[in-house]
Design a binder for this molecule. Structure first.
Ligand code: ADP
Length: 558
């Protein structure tokens, strides 16, 4: 079965060549079992305890689960949803569902229950697997869903919740126990759908992004490269980025492909829990959004702790504050690797590592490069364009709309295939909604999301740079910069700040701290202190909500 949107390329006559083996997700877990079978997978369970087993055990249970799915009547292409944290059962489902030809639909449980109901309906999910933490969510979903035939609690018999308004409630461990581990992974077209993930829908309804086996495997290969996420068999990897958000940036696949020990932190993502797990399991590298690393940094500094084996943090999802990069490196000998991508890109687009001609540069210049979002990895191409679509120069100064393309980049959203591509893609390129510069070496730097750009007197002010300056102030824990109305300039920057506990700083001191760091006219006109910034379902600061709350703020410069 070839999807209709794949053009029929000319085929070369056979002259005797390589084997034709479709790239299928099941091949990754088969490889991990056969070649790294004894490597560990350690999970902090929802119950709070630590569970450990191996890739071999994971493969066995994934085969049992694949048999169970078959008995439940799940067929090729059917969507099967999960509402679950990073844990071994979720990993088994990653392989069992996609490997058997069905589509794994990871639902973000942090979305609003109404959005979850919308998503499950839109995806036409046939079954929903859930961690016990999400029992209430599942009850409300069950009351509305038109397509879900049954719900599976990811637990054992003793912890099963009382049947409580959830139709056809089943027990995960019972399904495993009652199923044989004799299962031959089916072979099918590598372009078949494997996984479905919805965007967080900060504007409008969430949109479905459907990955294929081929796109997933290509992404896993490419993301493992040394100048990408450098996934190797010597790493102990702890993806903090949730398995319900863009496949945990591909780590469930790339770790198995490389034979890395995998540590899955479950629901406890606070600084203390992460630090404990890092130290106990000898974690060498982890990945997640900046808010998580704020929590960890804050915890180790408060408790005067260090790290034994922890060397690398892969950070993305939002801009990495340079001050945090500096603290981790200088105080803890942990390097922050800045990456950029989006759900629509599986997610990886760029990673920031140095080239050999950068190695002789002074440290401050190297640091300035490493703060950028980085270089594309092979497989992704990018360009910046003006509003008329003309390509802009790679001079490190000119800002433009960032466009991307590649074999793991979205062509059209799930179920919108017939009508959308013409509007969505621009000459075969996907607009990212980000505004960026690219320098002569091909290093991209995001200056803003297009909807967050501050427009002052017809010129753009990049809010990320202003936030980075504010975050470098010792009294600032978090900062967001938004544009607010100004009668002369249309918009002027307003800085919204959360102070560190016990730290003091005034509005004027903060405004003065911008002197010499940004163009004078970029300096924020005012500062508002708040207790916390609103954060969305993927851990990102919700600028539109801040704009809403402060839309009547009157600047002192008016
Ligand atoms: P959502 O579902 O919230 O859109 P995504 O993870 O798909 O979640 O968000 C992608 C967007 O996140 C990008 O288009 C970009 O705006 C932002 N982003 C991701 N990584 C970075 C980064 N390193 N620096 C700045 N922005 C980033």
């Amino acid at each position: 079965m070839t999807p209709d949107n794949i053009p029929d390329y000319p085929k070369s006559p056979s002259m005797g060549q390589m084997m034709h083996q479709p790239m299928l997700i099941s091949s990754i877990i088969q490889h991990a079992d056969r070649h790294f079978g004894g490597k560990e997978i350690v999970s902090r369970r929802v119950e709070g305890d630590i569970h450990r087993y191996t890739y071999r055990d994971c493969h066995k249970r994934a085969r049992q689960m694949a048999n169970a799915l078959e008995k439940l009547g799940v067929r090729m292409g059917d969507r099967v949803a999960t509402l679950a944290w990073n844990g071994y059962r979720h990993l088994e489902l990653y392989y069992a569902i996609s490997g058997s030809g069905a589509v794994l639909h990871t639902i973000n449980p942090r979305l609003h229950p109404e959005q979850i109901a919308y998503i499950a309906d839109h995806a036409e999910d046939s079954y929903v697997f859930f961690d016990l933490t999400f029992l209430d969510l599942v009850k409300s979903l069950a009351a509305h869903s038109k397509t879900v035939k049954g719900y599976i609690a990811m637990t054992d018999r003793h912890r099963m919740p009382a049947a409580s308004g959830i139709p056809n409630l089943m027990c995960y461990e019972d399904l495993i126990e009652n199923s044989s581990d004799r299962y031959a992974w089916p072979v099918f077209d590598e372009n078949s759908a494997s996984t479905l993930c919805y965007t967080s829908g900060t504007t409008g309804n969430p949109k479905g992004v459907l990955y294929s086996h081929r796109s997933t495997i290509l992404h896993a290969y490419a993301s493992s490269l040394p100048d990408a996420l450098n996934v190797s068999g010597r790493e102990v990897l702890m993806p903090v980025v949730p398995m319900f958000h863009v496949n945990a940036w591909g780590f469930p696949y790339s770790a198995a492909l490389a034979g890395a020990k995998l540590v899955l932190p479950g629901p406890m993502l606070d600084g203390q829990s992460l630090h404990e797990l890092i130290e106990q399991e000898g974690v060498t590298a982890s990945a997640g959004v900046p808010t998580v690393w704020h929590g960890l940094l804050h915890y180790v500094e408060r408790k005067s702790l260090g790290f034994k084996s922890f060397r690398r943090i892969i950070i993305g999802g939002s801009a990495c504050p340079p001050a945090m990069m500096k603290s981790f490196r200088e105080k803890h000998n942990v390097e922050l690797l800045h990456t950029w991508g989006m759900t629509e890109m599986s997610p990886l687009g760029t990673v920031c590592t140095l080239q050999n001609h950068h190695m002789h540069l002074p440290q401050t210049e190297q640091e300035a490069i490493l703060q950028k979002q980085g270089h594309v990895i092979y497989g992704v191409d990018m360009k910046i364009v003006d509003d008329a679509g003309n390509e802009l120069p790679w001079d490190g100064r000119t800002c433009g709309n960032l466009l991307v393309r590649g074999p793991w980049v979205l062509e059209s959203y799930f179920k919108n295939g017939d009508s959308e591509p013409a509007q969505l893609l621009q000459d075969g390129w996907l607009p990212t909604g980000d505004v960026a510069t690219i320098d002569a070496d091909g290093y991209m730097q995001i200056t803003d999301r297009s909807k967050d750009v501050i427009k002052s007197g017809g010129e753009w002010i990049g809010s990320i740079e202003l936030e980075n300056v504010a975050m470098a102030h010792p009294a600032v824990q978090q900062a967001a910069c938004i544009g607010v109305f100004h009668p002369k300039w249309d918009e002027r920057p307003l800085l919204v700040v959360v102070k560190k506990a016990d730290a003091e700083v005034t509005r004027d001191e903060l405004i003065d701290s911008f002197a010499g760091k940004v163009a004078k006219w970029w300096t924020p006109d005012d500062v508002v202190f708040v207790d916390a910034l609103p954060v969305g379902a993927t851990g990102k600061i919700l600028k539109n909500e801040i704009r809403n709350r402060l839309r009547h703020h009157r600047l002192p410069t008016i």
